[in-house]
Ligand binder design. Sequence first.
Ligand code: COA
Length: 245
Amino acid sequence: MEFRVEVDGVEISCLTCKQRDVVYVHGSGCDAEVWKKQLCDVGGVAIDLPNHGKSGSAEISSADDYARYVAGVGRELFGKATFVGHSLGGAVVQKVYLNHPEVVKSLVLVSTGARLRVLPEVFDFLLTHPEKGAEAVVGMAFASNVEEREEYRKLFCERAKTLVDDLRICDRFDLLDDYRNGEIEIDVPVLIIVGSDDRLTPVKYSEFFRSVIPNSELVVVEGAGHMVMLEKAEEFNAALKDFLS
Ligand code: COA
């Protein structure tokens, strides 16, 4: 089922199948559909970030800007929720916790990091050669040949500009030293999930989270790449359900 929530004058498009106080946030160039294998099995609400999918447009220049809209949806629908973020979405849910802690019950950090530097050549390549750029990104994002691979190759090619805008936000996102210095202390339960073969946000990034977030649990899904929730949905959903219960 599709519905909309208005936050600060922007219509945020939401997708759901089964009720649960969980908000899913997609990564760069994606939309709510990336959570299609979780919505009916685990439950919750997946949103299209502003300027993505069926959501309205907004001025966005940082993960903090996205976090305002995500927190607004969580507040409006549930008061307090579990926020699940993939890649860029993982950066956004960290900012939801830091900037709007009153709406956060727990966090799930999926294929993400405390810093998300991007290979510099990816930006130009995507803008000048979207076909080849999308092929390269998909090659790094999927570790297996699941059917969605082709779908996302086409999507990243069509949305090359959006993807580049999002990747620029990732590139500027950096909380690494704040975690290291103890300036960030997360005191809600955190589940960290990563694929063993993730080439965009390597397992090392997730192990870092595990080392600095006391109440956290790390699940490494064997054989999965960056798109772990699509590539190994059964294992992913089992870990998520276990955490939520
Ligand atoms: N968590 C923990 N450690 C991290 C980290 C994170 N999120 N991000 C970086 N680091 C570590 C690196 O592993 C490295 O450690 P080392 O010195 O022990 O090897 C150090 O911090 C510096 O890394 P980084 O800031 O990434 O700079 P770099 O110059 O080494 O590498 C890139 C820059 C872009 C080549 C590199 O980040 C990369 O390969 N990124 C993955 C590809 C990509 O584009 N991903 C998209 C993410 S959305």
